[in-house]
Design a protein around this ligand. Structure first.
Ligand SMILES: [Zn+2]
Length: 451
């Protein structure tokens, strides 16, 4: 039973339906759910509402909903800044990393996920998806699930897969691909064991073949049938760069959006990563079918893939969330930095009035929650889950700022405090749930053994 009051925040940017921004704001939370939002709440709390109340002062702070990360490969934190992959395009980048990832096992997967999730938490994230698509040397999706349970973030892991190796015209080495029947069987096992569809769920599993260039058409189709049968979401990479489009045209005779449509990969229960190269027809198709997009601006810059047409997508009604992508293609995993990059890139493409700091933060919070099918998260409103990021406006990065809501223009880029389901994960900028220095040491030792 938690009973907490966040008290006297300079401003709460709620992302509720009315777009409310509340000055001198308190937030009352019981058992993980927001009970009340507004000024001077303490005087009105009586009886059991006041019993055992823990008060967290937020003077001089901005409170936002926790940020939502809609695309990641957490294991890749183990392979940041690998020299051979530093300057390559997507396909060459993948080919230099596949052999290294092939040497991973459960310990690497777990350690990478702990580090990646801690980095997300410290930069404001309360809910993250993950896309794990290689399972070498006994690795399992549970390696990342256990990491999320240790760190304390709300988690949507997806069971990825690759099945078309080099010998069959695919991109990955044969040693990293799996048998398609075994992939589907493991998806069923994981959903039955871990998926929790209820409101307030801390864990939802999705089905996520890696990309159209690493699995068969059959597997894409079967995965969609399985996900719908089980009532879980579908995720993959789509239309990431020009090579991706050329592969689709040559191999399937159509653009990625058409391929997705033909295989049952559009709808409210689907979200695609990147979508940098969607054309106007595909954007309309995504809007009409309520298909979601995980926009990953830093990764798109890092790999030179291009600028996703987020302005056009949002104007057409496409649901867009934000993702850091894997830490081999970012190589940061900072979600607040990602939100800033989203804002800046849309301005490069469309002008300075094309993406406000507030809209970018909306995409990073409520937008992401909607893409992940979480109407219970992503906003500060009565009845919603208490996933809250508290940003200290009294530090260096925001000194002299005239607008406390504009933290994507001026800072800070790290949270002071973070709550997930009303539980404190970060306090005064320090992780409360794990020994972070020890986790960093473990990761560095494991990474050294891979070099
Ligand atoms: Zn990715």
């Amino acid at each position: 039973m938690t009973n907490i009051l966040i008290e006297n925040a300079t401003l709460a940017l709620t992302m509720d339906d009315a777009g409310s921004e509340i000055a001198n704001c308190d937030i009352h939370v019981r058992d993980g759910v927001i009970q009340a939002v507004g000024p001077n709440l303490r005087a009105h709390l009586q009886g059991e509402q006041a019993e055992g109340l823990a008060v967290h002062r937020a003077d001089g702070c901005l409170v936002t909903p926790g940020l939502v990360n809609t695309h990641h490969h957490l294991y890749q934190t183990m392979t940041r800044a690998v020299p051979a992959a530093q300057d390559a395009l997507l396909f060459g980048w993948l080919q230099s990393l596949y052999p290294i990832w092939g040497r991973f096992g459960p310990r690497e997967m777990h350690s990478g996920a702990v580090i990646g999730l801690a980095e997300l938490a410290l930069t404001g994230c309360t809910l993250s998806s993950d896309h794990m698509y290689i399972f070498p040397n006994g690795a399992r999706l549970e390696d990342s699930i256990e990491a999320a349970q240790r760190v304390g973030l709300r988690f949507h892991p997806t069971r990825g897969a690759m099945s078309i190796g080099e010998s069959k015209g695919g991109l990955p080495p044969d040693a990293l691909v799996e048998d398609e029947a075994a992939i589907l069987e493991d998806c069923i096992r994981l959903i039955d064991a871990h998926h929790d569809p209820r409101d307030g769920s801390m864990l939802r599993v999705g089905v996520a073949p890696c990309s159209p260039f690493s699995v068969s058409t059959d597997l894409m189709r079967e995965a969609a049938l399985l996900a719908r049968d089980k009532g879980v979401m579908l995720h993959t990479h789509l239309a990431e760069n020009d090579e991706d489009i050329a592969y689709s045209l040559e191999k399937f005779g159509c653009r990625p959006g058409e391929y997705a449509r033909d295989l049952g990969w559009l709808g409210e229960d689907v979200w695609h990563a990147h979508c940098v190269k969607l054309d106007a027809t595909e954007i309309d198709l995504f809007a009409a079918t309520r298909t979601g997009v995980a926009h990953c601006p830093c990764s798109n810059c890092r790999l030179g893939s291009g600028i996703a047409p987020v302005r056009q997508m949002r104007d057409q009604g496409v649901r867009v969330g934000l993702g850091v992508d894997g830490s081999a293609s970012n190589d940061l995993g900072s979600l607040s930095a990602e939100a800033r990059q989203l804002m800046l890139l849309q301005r490069v493409q469309n002008g300075a009035d094309a993406m406000s700091a507030r809209e970018a933060l909306y995409i990073a919070t409520r937008g992401g929650a909607e893409v992940l099918g979480r109407s219970d998260c992503g906003q500060i409103a009565v009845g919603k889950r208490a996933d809250l990021a508290i940003w200290d406006l009294q530090g260096l990065e925001s000194a002299g700022s005239w607008d406390p809501a504009a933290i994507l223009l001026a800072g800070p880029q790290k949270v002071r405090d973070l709550f997930v389901e009303g539980k404190q994960i970060v306090r005064d900028g320090e992780m409360q749930t794990i020994d972070l220095p020890q986790a960093i040491k473990e990761q560095n030792n494991l990474a050294k053994d891979l070099m």
